[in-house]
Design a protein around this ligand. Structure first.
Ligand code: CA
Length: 271
């Protein structure tokens, strides 16, 4: 996704605006929400989404909000309360949460990145910054930086990892690593953001999707067979049951679907 070639494959929602060098999901203004969603369902089995983003605004420490989400979900273009998108979603959400709503627990430093997989039955607990349903997370000081900030979501052999490059050193740092995540194919990529009483500019400079090619043993082929609802193996160890109502690998970048300004033509027809 790059601004000049976003139009054929991406839809804007709400207050999102196409600027020269980025897409602004929200401006640094109260009570805004915006999103951009890809139109083409993704049928890749193993993939990596690279997000180049910038969060900046006038608010001083923790007087800014609320952050943004990167989605791989069945539910596209549906505004809602989870960083500007639908709750009880089907799929994956990775949240860059810049405002600590939960006041009691002071041990967590914000901004905080977390991930959630939902089969439609779970509600994101905004007042607790999603703690009850998070699969993992890390602190990431990503506001008002002068250098570029990146996040990668990698999904290979049912393993979900999130890595960040936010220190201006061009090094990936581990943030989230969860095995046994089963995501259906044919969902949509998107990103959304919301501001409330507090605000920030939430800018997406690029989104790049890569197909990853990995070899699987026959056992892994069987294990990784297609699913029709998102599932996390051994979820009970991660999420309290009360909230649920009902190795090594090699990769080659085959193509990229680039969605932002100045990115050239780059294979964007594929995703
Ligand atoms: Ca929050």
């Amino acid at each position: 996704l790059k601004p000049h070639n976003y139009s054929g494959l991406w839809d804007l929602l709400g207050n999102a605006m196409v600027m020269t060098q980025f897409i602004r999901l929200t401006p640094d203004v109260q009570s805004k929400q915006g999103a951009v969603w890809n139109r083409v369902p993704c049928y890749l089995r193993d993939w990596e989404m690279q997000v180049h983003f910038k969060i900046h605004g006038q608010g001083k420490k923790n007087l800014n909000g609320d952050g943004f989400a990167i989605w791989y979900t069945k539910d596209r273009m549906q505004p809602g309360p989870v960083f500007g998108s639908k709750d009880n979603f089907l799929g994956l959400g990775v949240f860059v949460d810049t405002y600590p709503n939960e006041e009691k627990q002071q041990e967590r430093v914000f901004p905080y990145i977390s991930a959630m997989v939902n089969n439609g039955s779970l509600t994101y607990d905004h007042d607790r910054d999603g703690r009850p349903t998070e699969l993992g997370g890390c602190t990431a000081m990503v506001r008002n930086l002068n250098h570029d900030t990146f996040l990668v979501i990698r999904y290979v052999k049912r393993r979900l990892t999130v890595l960040i490059d936010i220190d201006g050193k061009h090094e990936w740092r581990d943030c989230i690593d969860v095995p046994g995540v089963r995501l259906p194919r044919g969902y949509y990529f998107g990103t959304s953001s919301v501001t409330g009483d507090l605000s920030d500019n939430h800018d997406i400079i690029s989104l790049k999707l890569y197909q990853l090619t990995v070899e699987r043993t026959p056992e892994e082929e069987k294990r990784d067979r297609e699913v029709f609802l998102p599932v996390v193996d051994n979820l009970s160890t991660k999420v309290p049951k009360a909230l649920i109502k009902h190795e090594g690998w090699s990769l080659f970048l085959l193509f990229s679907c680039s969605i932002l300004p100045g990115a050239g033509s780059g294979g964007s027809g594929l995703c």
